[in-house]
Every structure is written in C-alpha cells, then in structure tokens.
Design a protein around this ligand. Structure first.
Ligand SMILES: [Zn+2]
Length: 289
C-alpha cells in the first residue's frame, strides 16, 4: 500500500502529539492555511511541474532554515526495502513475529537473525541523488535540519550533519535493563543475540510496534522549533500517516515555512502542503539546487 517506513510497525505508536495531529482530521487545516494567506499550487498537470519546481527553488535559494522530514521513499531509491508497498518487507514477514517486544522476548535469536540480515543488506546501500541533494542544501548561512523515519544512515553518509532519527537506528543496539546504547556496525553480527556487559540480551535500538517515540529526538525537534522561523519544509518520500509527522509539518508551516511534499503518490498531508512535487525524490530534489 504505501512506501512508508513505519516505525517497524503496522500501527502508529502512541505519540506525544496524539490528538493534535492526524486524528483530528485534515479538514481542520484547510481554513488555517487560507487565513495565513498560503497559496496552493497543487495542479496535477506536467506543465505546472516546472513552475512548481521554480517556486520551490526560489524559496530555497533565499532560505536560511530548511527542515526536511524524510521517509522510506527516499531510501527505497537506494535499494533499501520498504515495508508497506507491494514488494515491502511486511508482504513477506509478519511484523508481529519480528518487530514487537513480545516477539523479541519470545525468540530473540529469530528477531536478531532478521535484523542481522537487514543490516547486511543495508551495509551495501549507498546514498542516492536525493540524500546528496539534501546534504548539498546545507551551506554557510543555511541550516538544514533533517528528521528521518528511516533507520539507515544514508543521510549521514551523504554528508548531512543535523539528522534526527525518530524511529531509531539499525546501527545501534540497546540494553533495556540498564539503558546502555551502543553503536554497532558489525555485519554479520558474530554474536546472536548480542549481550550487554550486564548479561542482558541487547535489542535493536529501533521503535517497534506499540512503542512510544524515544524522548531524545522528540526533544531535539521541540528545541529546533523554538530556535527560529523555518523558511522551507520538505516532506520527502513519506505518506505522513503518523499524527506526529503531520504535526511537525504543520508547526513548520506555522513558523513561516513553505511546505513542499515530494512524493510520486498522494500523501496524508492534505492542505498542510503548499506545493506538491510529484516524482521520485532522487529526480526532484536535485532540480531544486
Ligand atoms: Zn545492560
């Protein structure tokens, strides 16, 4: 169905923004945008596309502060399997067997074998033109703050400096007993499951089904919003079906940002979006530079 990378989960984890985002319905955003004088450029015609690109390019050229919210669509172009679309991981695997705390308690080795295989595949993945374009947008005098739902490190590999992972990282492991978090890039893992110094089995540091977003990235994002107006918010390769994604896009808009949706398909962003750029991130983003 979607190319969304859920937080490894078929249903959104409880979010600190619950009730303020999607759950209240997109309709409430319609009047808001109109009152703030945002102009909508949602024409579907290919002829309009260049016009839209030009608009966003112009905004970017003058921007001092850019927020990018990225999802599975951007990594899919690097060959990283997605979760929900036709070829997605959840077509082959039942998420309840791999991406829940219960599954992990039941059979940590089975869960770890699955993650180990994903890590082996991920170790081959390289950033694509979309990651590179976002990295290139950060220049002296222009901040680019990336919030990603992806558990890979392709943004960092491309050279982006400010990257917040809200759904965790495949390259970190965590002990639930004492809270130890370690970076671990060994592929394949020599020890399954990896053990903490305290003797406890360590888990992937990834947000699973039914788990809350980790507080640290949420705090980083909260601080970012306090740090000044945002000129441009690019929502890339995510269908934005989580309330908190909508909430952040809306906050960026209220902070003054032009909100741009880069996706070949329709997304849940609705009227929060000022400009839809329909296309693959790897093709659209380089055009903005
Ligand atoms: Zn421990």
């Amino acid at each position: 169905m979607s190319e969304e990378r859920r937080p490894e989960s078929p249903s959104p984890p409880p979010s600190p923004f619950k009730g303020e985002g999607a759950e209240e319905g997109n309709a409430s955003f319609v009047g808001e945008g109109a009152r703030k004088g945002h102009v909508s450029f949602k024409g579907d015609g290919a002829a309009k596309e260049q016009e839209h690109i030009a608009l966003v390019r112009e905004r970017l050229a003058a921007a001092k502060n850019v927020m990018a919210i990225t999802g599975a669509g951007i990594s899919a172009e690097s060959g990283v399997p997605t979760f929900r679309d036709d070829k997605g991981l959840w077509q082959k695997f039942n998420p309840l067997d791999y991406a829940t705390r219960e599954a992990f308690r039941r059979d940590p080795v089975k869960v770890w074998k699955w993650y180990d295989e994903r890590r082996v595949n991920m170790a081959q993945a390289k950033p694509n033109a979309a990651h590179q374009a976002l990295a290139a947008m950060a220049q002296p005098g222009r901040r680019v703050f990336i919030v990603t739902q992806n558990v890979d490190d392709l943004h960092e590999q491309a050279g982006s400096k400010e990257v917040v992972h809200i759904h965790g990282s495949l390259w970190r492991i965590r002990c639930e007993r004492d809270g130890t978090v370690l970076e671990n890039r060994e592929v394949p893992l020599s020890e399954l499951p990896p053990l903490c110094m305290c003797g406890e089995t360590m888990r992937p540091d990834i947000v699973w089904f039914g788990e809350d977003l980790p507080w640290q990235p949420v705090e980083q994002i909260r601080h970012y919003f306090l740090e000044g107006p945002i000129d441009l918010c690019l929502v890339v390769g995510t269908e934005a079906s989580f309330g908190y994604i909508l909430q952040w896009a809306l906050q960026a808009r209220e902070s003054g940002a032009m909100v741009v949706d880069v996706n070949p398909r329709d997304t849940g962003l609705g009227s929060i979006v000022d400009v839809h750029l329909r296309g693959k991130a790897g093709e659209v983003l380089p055009e903005l530079l």
